[in-house]
Design a protein around this ligand. Structure first.
Ligand SMILES: NC(=O)c1ccc[n+]([C@@H]2O[C@H](COP(=O)([O-])OP(=O)(O)OC[C@H]3O[C@@H](n4cnc5c(N)ncnc54)[C@H](O)[C@@H]3O)[C@@H](O)[C@H]2O)c1
Length: 367
């Protein structure tokens, strides 16, 4: 398990991603090169309980302030954002200060937005600690919080100075959060690599807690596939992109569950529901649907939706999708395995009732 390095470019700046089992020295060197007047460390209670990152920074001269958030999606809000911003103002953070974000995708998205807004943008370093964050959310420039209706409704693009991926963080991650991250790996596999789909399946079928080396391979394969895409579309904004596979219905469900369901579970559900929708339209065949359902089942078995959110409400929530253009929603779907295609769908009443039907069918698949 040798250290690996990746990078993506955005506006002429290269963002290094270092996958490494030893990140303390790398972190210290990056911080010292940035010559900060002070550091601001952000994490959540679960992460802070297991990891004392402040201690890692003993060789850094600058004073360190710390904020520890409550865990979960509920903190990814404008209210929490404004309270953090006012605290940093009180502390005198300025354009020479540096933010270090240690946590999953929620702390990462919120912290990235804090960094992007402070003094019109201060440098920050991502230390992702969940699988979702290590192979997906930290590898990019999108930062956001949720609105009252729409997920990721308020945000901006602000790339990190560096991303330090240490798989040892995953040893304390609950199994449900490993599953959540595996869904994003599976998404990349469905779209770009049959080999990755096989690897995810083999990993799930072995004693995965004991198999850090397979997880390391999944991480590296997924990061390199995401980077391949990021170097073409660093803003992840091309309506033809496939990274949104399952994320229309997935984000709708995630927003309505008010943080009760994990990101990965919602995307898994979304991939199934959206695939059933495109199959009914005749855009993909039965074997592709079976391929997606079987892949998702490998991770989630026969898990049911643990809460009752009506399918009609999930379909209508798509009206608050943050990538909506007028009444058109940019979906992506699998025509065949590893053949993702874009589709711009007008949310007419007929489409909404079709989606409602397919969401109901997806619920059946999950029983
Ligand atoms: N491109 C993007 O920006 C992008 C991509 C994917 C997901 N996301 C966003 O990321 C969020 C989901 O991220 P997530 O799944 O990491 O959720 P999360 O940040 O809530 O982390 C999941 C849970 O794991 C805990 N945790 C994290 N690291 C841990 C560790 N090492 N040990 C023990 N517990 C740990 C957290 O405290 C939390 O309870 C969603 O808001 C989603 O929209 C963004």
């Amino acid at each position: 398990m040798k250290p690996k390095e990746y990078s993506f470019s955005i506006e002429g700046n290269s963002v290094p991603i270092k996958a490494n089992f030893q990140i303390k020295e790398i972190l210290t060197n990056i911080i010292n090169d940035l010559l900060p007047d002070q550091l601001f460390l952000m994490s959540d209670e679960n992460v802070a309980q297991d990891y004392d990152v402040k201690r890692w920074l003993k060789d850094v001269q600058a004073p360190i302030n710390q904020i520890i958030l409550k865990p979960g999606e509920k903190e990814k809000s404008l209210e929490c954002l404004s309270s953090i911003l006012f605290s940093t103002e009180e502390l005198g953070l300025n354009s020479q200060s540096v933010l270090i974000i240690v946590g999953g995708g929620n702390v990462g998205n919120l912290g990235g937005l804090v960094a992007g807004l402070l003094c019109r943008g201060i440098p920050f370093i991502h230390i992702p600690t969940s699988l979702v964050a290590q192979l997906d959310s930290a590898i990019g420039a999108k930062q956001s919080v949720n609105g009252h209706r729409g997920k990721n409704y308020f945000g901006l693009y602000h790339p990190p100075k560096a991303v330090l991926v240490n798989p040892l963080f995953l040893t304390t991650l609950p199994t449900s959060e490993i599953q959540s991250g595996l869904v994003e790996a599976l998404k990349h596999g469905f779209c770009q690599s049959a080999e990755l789909v096989d690897l995810v399946k083999r990993f799930v079928n072995c004693d995965w807690k004991m198999n850090l080396s397979m997880l390391w391979d999944i991480l590296n394969m997924t990061i390199s596939l995401k980077i391949e895409y990021m170097n073409i579309d660093p803003y992840e904004s091309d309506p033809k992109q496939f990274l949104e596979l399952g994320h229309k219905v997935g984000h709708a469900l995630e927003q309505l569950s008010k943080g009760e369901l994990s990101h990965g579970f919602c995307v898994a559900f979304g991939m199934v529901a959206e695939c059933l929708f495109f199959a009914r339209k005749g855009d993909c065949n039965k074997s592709t649907t079976e391929y997606v359902v079987e892949g998702v089942r490998t991770i989630y078995g026969s898990l049911e939706l643990p809460m009752d959110i009506p399918e009609e409400a999930i379909a209508h929530q798509l009206l608050f999708d943050n990538k909506r253009r007028g009444d058109l929603i940019p979906f992506s779907y699998l025509q065949f395995p590893q053949k993702p295609l874009p589709a711009s769908i007008r949310l007419t009443d007929t489409v909404l009732s079709e989606l409602t039907y397919c969401i109901g069918q997806a619920k059946e698949q999950f029983k």
